[in-house]
Design a protein around this ligand. Structure first.
Ligand SMILES: CC(C)(COP(=O)(O)OP(=O)(O)OC[C@H]1O[C@@H](n2cnc3c(N)ncnc32)[C@H](O)[C@@H]1OP(=O)(O)O)[C@@H](O)C(=O)NCCC(=O)NCCS
Length: 337
């Protein structure tokens, strides 16, 4: 049987920084409120007047990941893009990225699993590689949230949380069966659609009697994300430790075996509670929320790349990753780096 392993990482954050005080200039909020509740100090947003799209950010991250993997784009067999903010309603962002990377013909797939999108995508790539169907797969998480947020006081509970960015990994097949060989050790995926409307965007969509998108829907702000923040918080702090424990138990490992935790970054308070429940020491938990906010599907691959660049993630380490988000969806990945 083949194994899959990550051989390169890359990320791209748009250059324009929006501090909490910058947001205060456009909505009724404060640096104190945002930092106390979420730990976020600043986030990156693309130039709001530009045509910069999700696949543009994905392209930069993908190129960096290919360089770090010492692989040419022509070596790729498949592209997976996890995003909830695609360039257009259809086709998927993976098709736009494929055209920009100039690799026509290979498989291109979008995964719409929100904050858990990267873990789902990693798992899908892992299955394709393990079966021997594909050798090299580019997995990208990318989001341009800023163009889809209600950036007025009415939308402040959501708008302050989210940032734009992209992260990518290149995965390849390996025959090395030795116990400590680099590989995706396991992935565990979950969802509970009964909570779908706790964090969602209602329109455009086919779920109403009215047309896909109407002026009335726009006037009602149905195109903006709506969130029951407390329900998300309560479920995230329950499911993330649970799914990490599930992964460790399935592999006969314990929290003490883990060298680095790279969690999804929705809220520093959530991750502090998750780490506390697991008994994970602070110095083993990698954090990017202060600088980038919640970049949804991009968060974990950005975190992996930042951890590599910071010298915190080195070959041979055991990495535990987990995410929770809209759907609700949640999942974990154990990776021998
Ligand atoms: C969003 C979140 C930070 C809100 O924190 P909270 O302590 O639950 O705050 P509340 O919703 O009770 O709001 C408290 C007050 O702050 C106000 N408020 C909301 N957003 C605000 C903002 N950006 N700035 C200032 N005040 C704000 C609310 O209007 C409310 O005012 P009121 O008491 O006068 O009605 C928190 O619920 C959370 O982190 N949830 C999880 C979010 C998440 O992770 N989402 C992504 C999932 S992947």
């Amino acid at each position: 049987m083949k194994y899959s392993r990550i051989i390169g990482t890359g990320s791209y954050l748009p250059p324009r920084v929006w501090t909490n005080d910058d947001l205060r200039a456009i909505m009724d909020t404060s640096d104190e409120w945002i930092q106390q509740r979420t730990g976020i100090k600043e986030r990156r947003w693309v130039d709001q007047d530009s045509t910069t799209s999700t696949s543009d950010l994905a392209l930069q991250a993908a190129r960096a990941a290919l360089t770090s993997a010492s692989l040419s784009r022509d070596d790729l067999d498949m592209i997976i893009v996890a995003t909830l903010s695609p360039d257009h309603e259809f086709p998927g962002a993976a098709c736009f990225l494929q055209a920009k990377l100039d690799v026509p013909g290979i498989a291109a797939l979008d995964v719409r699993q929100q904050c858990t999108g990267f873990i789902y995508s990693l798992s899908i790539a892992d299955q394709f590689i393990k079966t021997g169907m594909y050798k090299n797969i580019l997995v990208v998480g990318a989001e341009v949230h800023s163009k889809g947020l209600d950036k007025t006081t009415a939308g402040r509970d959501v708008a302050v949380l989210f940032g734009d960015g992209a992260g990518a990994v290149v995965m390849t097949g390996s025959d090395d069966a030795s116990k400590k060989a680099p590989r995706i050790i396991s992935t565990h995926l979950h969802a509970d659609g009964r909570f779908a409307k706790e964090l969602w965007i209602k329109a455009p969509g086919s779920g109403d009697a009215a047309a896909w998108l109407t002026h009335e829907k726009l006037d009602a702000g149905e195109q903006f994300p709506k969130m029951n923040g407390k329900a998300v918080f309560v479920n995230a702090v329950k499911r993330m430790p649970e799914v990490i424990s599930e992964a460790l138990a399935a592999n006969g490992l314990t929290v003490a075996d883990v060298d680095l935790f790279v969690f999804h970054q929705a809220n520093l308070r959530i991750n502090e509670m998750v780490a506390k429940q697991l008994g994970a020491p602070d110095d083993k938990v990698f954090s990017t929320i202060e600088r980038f906010g919640n970049t949804t599907a991009a968060t974990i691959p950005i975190g992996l790349d930042e951890a590599v660049k910071a010298g915190k993630l080195k070959p041979g380490m055991l990495v535990a990753s987990a995410a929770f988000g809209s759907g609700f969806t949640w999942g974990s990945a154990l990776i021998r780096w």
